[in-house]
Structure formats: structure tokens, C-alpha cells
Design a protein around this ligand. Structure first.
Ligand SMILES: [Fe+2]
Ligand SMILES: [Fe+2]
Length: 470
């Protein structure tokens, strides 16, 4: 059970570890300063209908109530310890998991936790201006729910740094609040988290594609032999599911509204009628998917192979892979641009391609939502299908980094790329149009004109519920 009588709600017995408790109580006001400075702009005095974790069990883990965001009870929640849990992969497969950090893996584990932790505040910062232009109170509430939970995910990683990495862990925890998204001097660690989230379509794309990278990273870390990391990631994944729902349903509602406007005005070009063209949505998909693919790192990676060998980071749902989970005698394929300038398959030891395995599952997961959006179009009688671009499209990391590849998978010359890229990524005009649609709609139950209402409200409340008291 989670103890809410403590200054820092937790289920890790913080009261019994005075040194750690004091260290985290020291960090707490700095986190609150960060929230005030870099968290959502405005709305800090308003009551927001937010979910708070009250238990880590399978059922009934969440409680919903109106709360002012600065009073949100950020805390430290780990899933229950599994008795006799064993390492599921790598060279130490079958041995008991670790409750403390082994000295030889200290640097690598700290790095993995820092990189994950950095993404959490890094996704809040670019979203801080969005409240002012929310398409409905329902959406405003969802934005803030995602924001407070990303804040809690930072707490999760900071707990591990403070609790298991001593002095340098504390320094890393402080640095989490010193780097800022898009800061020229102290940027966030990963590229996608330094991009702007200027409008709500970008926000929905971010929660669909980039939070989903988070799901896969957390899933890989949930397999970790370092048990406290595994347990904290397991619980974070429960919260993460809602973030991706916000993205999937958000994009779906824009698609639905566009289809309605297309029929109403008998045109593909709904921008003059206050909508977002399907072609624009496709270009946003191309942009956010390709940037998020970079977050998986190089598909061929010695670091990832070492992490796998050591048991630090596995694959998503490791036990569902139909192999030996050791991967010393297993091969795998990935795509590269060959000497002929054509895309070909390269076969390597599977350990070298662990990042690729994780990313391939991510792509399959992304495709499910795209199919759902296409079903919405088909049901509306619109003969257009969205697609995910080829994995080589618009990449800054990995095998395609130095190549231009079209969304349908053709390797292009520089000249061909320059001539066509404008049709594949959102143009400045298009972004400006989407920006111009961002007018707030705060009447309970009403929606801005560019997005359809959700099919239901949050936690069985009606859509017109007062999710934010303004
Ligand atoms: Fe997160
Ligand atoms: Fe998230």
C-alpha cells in the first residue's frame, strides 16, 4: 500500500531510511520549483480532475479527484516484488536478480537510468504552452494528466539514483532539473526531446509516437536484472498506457473531424473550412514517426549487446521471444544500404541487433493505431489510407543516417531528396495553418472545430464533465 501520510508518498518504506528520506526531501522543493518554472503555464490555481496512484496492485490502483496541480502527490511507487525472480536473458540468465547494483555494472546502469529519467521532464517542458489553446476541457485535463505523470516518472528515476548510486546519483538527479528541452547550452540528452510541441496535433503525435518509444524502453528495462529498476518500470508502464491513449484517440478524433468536413464541403482541402487536411496529418505522421525511431539508437549496437549480455536491458516482453534468450548462437537480419546503393538485408549475431528487435516491435505497435485511423476513414467513405514511412526515411541515427530514403523505401540522390522532401514533411505554411486553428474552447463539453468529440469521458464521467474548474 502507498503511504500518503508521508511528505513524499511512497511504498518503499522511506520512513525507515532517514538518510535517503532527507536527501529526497531536499530534492523535492527543487522539483517543485522546476514544475512552477517549466511545467504547464497557467492553470496552477485551478482544480483539475486528475488520477493519482493509490496502490500498485492489479486492480483499482488509481484514484480520481479534483486537485490543484502544485498539490499533486508525486511519489515513489514500485510494483510488488516477485518472490524468487530470476534473470531472464543474457550471460547471467537463470541466476537470482539483484537487489543492489553490482559494482561492475554501476556506470552502465546509472547511464540507462539517467537517459530514461531525462526524457520525463523533457516531455513536459515543450508542452507547457499548450493549455492556453486546448480544444476542450476534456483535452486540457488529459494534457495535465500526462504532464503530472511524466513528473512522477522523473521521481521514479530520481529515487533510484538517490537510493542506489550515492553521491554521483544525487548529482545526476540535480542535473535532471538543470538541462532543459531545446536549451542551446544544456539541452535534453535525446534529440526528439529538444523539438518543439507547438500545437495540439503535434502533442497528439508526440504522445502517440514518442511516448510509445517510452513504452518500449520501459518494457526493455522492466526485464532488467536490477530488480528495483524492473519494478519501478513495471509500474510506470501502467501510467504510460493512458498517454498513448491520449495520442491515439486524439489523432483519431482529428481524422474523424476531417472526414466530416470533407463530406460537408465536398473537398479534400478542408483547411479553408477550419480543418486539417489528411495530407497534413500524413506529413505529421512522417515527421513524428521518423524522429521517434531515432530514439532507439543504432540498430547495430555494441552497447545494447553489452547491456543484453549483462542482463541490464532486455527486449520488450523478453519471455515471448521464441529463442534461447542468450543469443550467442542466434542470428538476425536488418536493413542497410549496400554497396550498390540499394537497400539490402544484413545478417548479424542477434546480440548486435537488440535495439533493432525492440524497434521492430515498436513499429508493429505504431501500425495498429494507423490501421484504426484508416478504419475511421473507410467508415466515413473516404478512400485514403495513412501509412508509416519506410524505416530509412528522414533518419539521423543508424543505418540510414547518411542516406536519403523516400517514404516508400527508395534510396534517393541529394537532388531527388531536395526536390521531394517538401511533400513528405510538414511545411512552414502548413504548421502555421495548424497553429491558426489552435483557439481555446473551454465551454464544458464543446470541442474546437478541427477535432471531433471523444466517444466517452474519463473514468466514466460524461464528456461535458467539469474536468478543469475554470
Ligand atoms: Fe514517462
Ligand atoms: Fe508518457
Amino acid at each position: 500500500m502507498i503511504d500518503y501520510s508521508e511528505r513524499i508518498p511512497n511504498n518503499v518504506g522511506l520512513a525507515d531510511d532517514r538518510r535517503l528520506q532527507r536527501a529526497l526531501e531536499n530534492w523535492q522543493p527543487r522539483f517543485q520549483d522546476w514544475w512552477a518554472e517549466m511545467g504547464p503555464e497557467g492553470f496552477q490555481e485551478q482544480d483539475v480532475y486528475l488520477r493519482t496512484a493509490v496502490d500498485v496492485g492489479q486492480e483499482g490502483w488509481a484514484h480520481f479527484d479534483h486537485v490543484r496541480m502544485p498539490e499533486y502527490r508525486w511519489g515513489i511507487f514500485l510494483s510488488d516484488q516477485q518472490p524468487d525472480r530470476r534473470i531472464g536473458f543474457g550471460d547471467n540468465k537463470g541466476r537470482p536478480v539483484w537487489q543492489e547494483v553490482p559494482g561492475e555494472f554501476r556506470t552502465d546502469l546509472r547511464r540507462l537510468i539517467v537517459v530514461q529519467g531525462d526524457t520525463e521532464p523533457a516531455s513536459v517542458e515543450p508542452q507547457r504552452h499548450l493549455g492556453a489553446t486546448a480544444p476542450s476541457r476534456y483535452d486540457l485535463r488529459n494534457l495535465f494528466q500526462v504532464n503530472v505523470e511524466e513528473g512522477r516518472h522523473l521521481w521514479a528515476m530520481v529515487y533510484l539514483l538517490h537510493g542506489y548510486f550515492g553521491r554521483d546519483g544525487r548529482d545526476e538527479a540535480d542535473a535532471m532539473l538543470e538541462r532543459h528541452s531545446g536549451d542551446p547550452d544544456e539541452p535534453r540528452i535525446l534529440g526528439a526531446f529538444n523539438e518543439k510541441t507547438p500545437d495540439w496535433l503535434s502533442f497528439f503525435m508526440f504522445t502517440y509516437f514518442t511516448d510509445r518509444d517510452g513504452k518500449y524502453q520501459l518494457g526493455a528495462l522492466r526485464e532488467s536484472a536490477f530488480d528495483p529498476l524492473s519494478r519501478t518500470c513495471d509500474f510506470m508502464l501502467k501510467e504510460e498506457a493512458h498517454h498513448m491513449f491520449v495520442g491515439a484517440s486524439g489523432v483519431g478524433r482529428v481524422v474523424q473531424r476531417t472526414a466530416e468536413l470533407m463530406r460537408e464541403h465536398d473537398t479534400d482541402h478542408v483547411a479553408p473550412h477550419g480543418g486539417v487536411d489528411l495530407a497534413t496529418i500524413q506529413r505529421y505522421i512522417n515527421c513524428h514517426y521518423s524522429v521517434s525511431m531515432d530514439l532507439f539508437g543504432s540498430e547495430r549496437s555494441t552497447n545494447a549487446a553489452n547491456y543484453y549480455a549483462a542482463g541490464l536491458k532486455g527486449r520488450f516482453n523478453e519471455d515471448q521471444f521464441d529463442d534461447d534468450h542468450v543469443l550467442t548462437d542466434v542470428e538476425a537480419d536488418h536493413l542497410v544500404v549496400g554497396d550498390t546503393g540499394r537497400i539490402t538485408t544484413e545478417t548479424l549475431p542477434a546480440r548486435a541487433l537488440v535495439n533493432h528487435a525492440l524497434r521492430r516491435d515498436y513499429t508493429e505497435d505504431c501500425a495498429k493505431g494507423v490501421r484504426r485511423w484508416n478504419r475511421t476513414l473507410a467508415e466515413a467513405g473516404v478512400d485514403v489510407e495513412f501509412t508509416l514511412p519506410h524505416e530509412g526515411f528522414n533518419r539521423a541515427v543508424g543505418a540510414f543516417r547518411d542516406h536519403h530514403v523516400s517514404p516508400d523505401g527508395r534510396v534517393l540522390s541529394d537532388a531527388e531528396w531536395e526536390a521531394s522532401v517538401g511533400g513528405w514533411l510538414p511545411s512552414d505554411d502548413e504548421r502555421a495553418h495548424v497553429g491558426s486553428l489552435m483557439q481555446p474552447q473551454f465551454e464544458p463539453g464543446k470541442m474546437a472545430g478541427w477535432i471531433a468529440p471523444p466517444s466517452r469521458g474519463i473514468n466514466t464521467q460524461p464528456v461535458d464533465y467539469e474536468y478543469v474548474k475554470l
